[in-house]
Design a protein around this ligand. Structure first.
Ligand code: SAH
Length: 258
């Protein structure tokens, strides 16, 4: 028998930023067919609800334990299921290849000779600002955007570059917000630069705090914003109030409650 017929395929699938209606049609279709779904934390239950009855749902969250060991375990698990001939969906938040370690998983599968496919998702990097009424680029205001992470796994970020980006979207930056805003200022970004933090963008419980680079850390701490959240720095943040009345339902629901 042809070996490739026996090995199952692993689909590395983006689940979108939170709101389950932002799942792609392709993702929903694959979920409804997969034998095994290996998912991260922060996936809406309605997204997992697309999985077929009888599919095995495996949670591969990373809290606790050594992160790199866990990552190796995930690779091993994906490879094992595929070699047993199972169709596997590896479901990841946002877009799998944007700070999600999806690239590492794809490399591990390729190295193991396991067939795999990528299914892009709506990344929170653009979607969370959008849901807060912030366009990450805007003609005449920001002609480029930098997506970066404050996670120091891969060493200290290039602060000079980040500080000079017309729009900066920083993933995983909220726990280090005080240091991040100090570093950006030390590398030339004005304390008065507009900044916002979007918590749980597109989820029903989305929250947004805006201010300036100088005061955002204090405001976010006072509001006790937590994960998942991202920081947006740039003049585009100022558009938020003009656009607020046009943004999507979760935000309107939130405003209705306040
Ligand atoms: N692959 C994902 C990012 C994974 S890294 C994507 O494309 O969206 C995890 C980080 O993403 C979180 O720490 C947070 O900074 C950000 N994030 C994910 N979902 C978010 C959301 N709904 N709102 C705000 N930030 C989010």
């Amino acid at each position: 028998m042809n070996r490739s017929k026996r090995v199952g395929t692993v689909f590395i699938v983006g689940a979108g930023p939170g709101d389950p209606r932002l799942l792609t049609l392709r993702a929903a279709q694959l979920l409804s067919q997969a034998d095994v779904v290996v998912h991260d934390r922060l996936i809406h239950p309605d997204v997992l609800g697309h999985a077929r009855r009888g599919a095995r749902l495996i949670y591969a969250g990373k809290e606790g334990g050594g992160e790199s060991t866990r990552q190796d375990d995930i690779h091993r698990e994906l490879i094992e299921h595929a070699r047993l001939g199972r169709m596997v969906v590896r479901l990841k938040g946002g877009d799998p290849f944007v700070f999600g370690r999806g690239g590492e998983e794809a490399l591990a599968l390729a190295a193991a000779g396991v067939p795999w496919e990528i299914v892009p998702g709506v990344s929170s990097g653009a979607a969370a600002p959008a849901a807060a009424g912030i366009p990450v680029t805007l003609r005449g205001i920001a002609a480029s955007v930098t997506f970066a992470t404050a996670h120091l796994d891969t060493g200290e970020p290039d602060w000079r570059h980040l500080a000079s980006s017309p729009t900066l979207v920083l993933f995983m930056g909220v726990t280090r917000l005080t240091q991040v805003s100090a570093s950006l200022q030390a590398h030339g970004r004005a304390a008065g630069s507009l900044a916002a933090v979007v918590e749980a963008g597109t989820w029903a419980h989305q929250r947004v705090i805006d201010g300036t680079l100088g005061d955002i850390a204090v405001k976010v701490a006072a509001a006790e914003l937590g994960s998942p959240a991202l920081l947006v720095v740039g003049e585009v943040v100022g558009v938020r109030h003009a656009l607020e009345s046009f943004v999507s339902e979760p935000v309107l629901a939130r405003l209705g409650q306040s």
